[in-house]
Ligand binder design. Structure first.
Ligand SMILES: [Zn+2]
Length: 143
């Protein structure tokens, strides 16, 4: 059996789609999204697609501060990606390397580290703020 499972390779087999136009949002190893701040120009964000990894790349002229709110949009159809679970969550569809479909929900507030991978009633949470946000959502964390 393959003892040397390569997590990076697994991540690359996972696909992310816009729930509205179904465009592929993962290019090479970055999830590409448009983020509109309340004021000023929009930002193209390159995000690490791994749940719980909050590494984000954007142009050096852009200013992002903790607590800043963004309206996330699909870069292809420009539809807003707001999650139906909460106004502060963003939703994209995800298909893992086994062809299973999930919803990935994460915070639209800069610096708020909470991500939920949801399939039916199964919720996996990631990030240091995840339990706090679960309370906010009225969801019950398993464990
Ligand atoms: Zn779209």
């Amino acid at each position: 059996m393959a003892a040397n499972r390569n997590r990076k390779e697994d991540a690359m087999k996972t696909d992310y789609n816009c729930p509205h136009c179904h465009a592929q949002l993962l290019v090479k190893d970055h999830l590409i999204l448009t983020a509109l701040p309340d004021h000023g120009p929009g930002i193209l964000l390159l995000m690490n697609p791994e749940a719980g990894n909050y590494e984000t790349i954007y142009h050096s002229s852009c200013r992002v501060y903790d607590g800043q709110h963004f309206d996330f949009r699909c870069p292809v159809c420009h539809h807003e990606l707001r999650s139906e679970l909460h106004k502060n969550l963003v939703k994209v569809n995800m298909t893992d390397e086994h062809g299973k479909h999930f919803e990935l929900h994460f915070s639209c507030i800069a610096g708020q580290k909470c991500t939920y991978k949801i399939m039916g009633n199964e919720i996996s949470s990631y990030g240091k703020d995840a339990s706090k946000c679960l309370d906010m959502l009225g969801l019950i964390e398993k464990s």
